[in-house]
Design a protein around this ligand. Sequence first.
Ligand code: ATP
Length: 240
Amino acid sequence: MLSTHDLSSGYGRIVVLRGISLAVGQPEIVAVLGRNGAGKTTLMKTLAGIVPAQSGTIDFFGTEIAKLSSDKRARLGIGYVPQGRGIFPKLSVRENLLVGLYASSGAPQIIDELLEEFPALKPKLNDRGSQLSGGQQQILALARALATNPKLLLLDEPSEGIQPSILEEIADILNRLKATRGLSTLIVEQNIDFIRSMADRAYLMDIGNITRQLSREELAVDGDWLESFVSGTEFSQSVA
Ligand code: ATP
């Protein structure tokens, strides 16, 4: 579905991604794990078309998209939930969902379908975005991204500031959408338990590079080492 080859990007003259090659199949949930500053958000923004690629390719269902606008990528089927969720605080839950719908020129009944998928949002439809808890905002951001009926969802650190019960709910939703809609997800994270509960595979990212790939089985066994990898303490531990 998605593959990048030797993808580099950054900000002006600053190079952050240094030749990333990765792939996501359909349907698959793939994680990118890395410590703060490794370049995970830059990777998501580059795939979503918000940060321009400096070199390399991004193939999405056989189309080269590295030079396409974020808008065109969304229409091709890439949904993006940014870090911090990007909820409009003054708009109601319904209006936030409608924003997602307008972005895709989708049919209004998609909102009803989304509410069946996310029943917890039903009683909150008229609440403002700012009145929701962090977990509810994350669910809303997920629902809004799905209003565009994406084939691939890019999720940037959804676990940030969210309680475990909501994380379980998010993992259930992503697994269900993978099974029912064939939706694939590329998710960047630092929460290892959350990733282990749903990822088919993971890439480890360090200073703008992919350094290792882990299967679901490898993810299941290497917990302590992974925790230290994402917190940036694995070197000192291995020396000690
Ligand atoms: P975190 O987990 O803290 O969000 P991250 O892995 O997502 O970290 P990025 O946010 O992609 O990492 O940042 C990677 C590098 O790019 C960092 O050194 C950061 O300082 C730098 N960077 C991020 N945004 C910009 C920007 N707008 N301009 C210049 N440098 C930036």
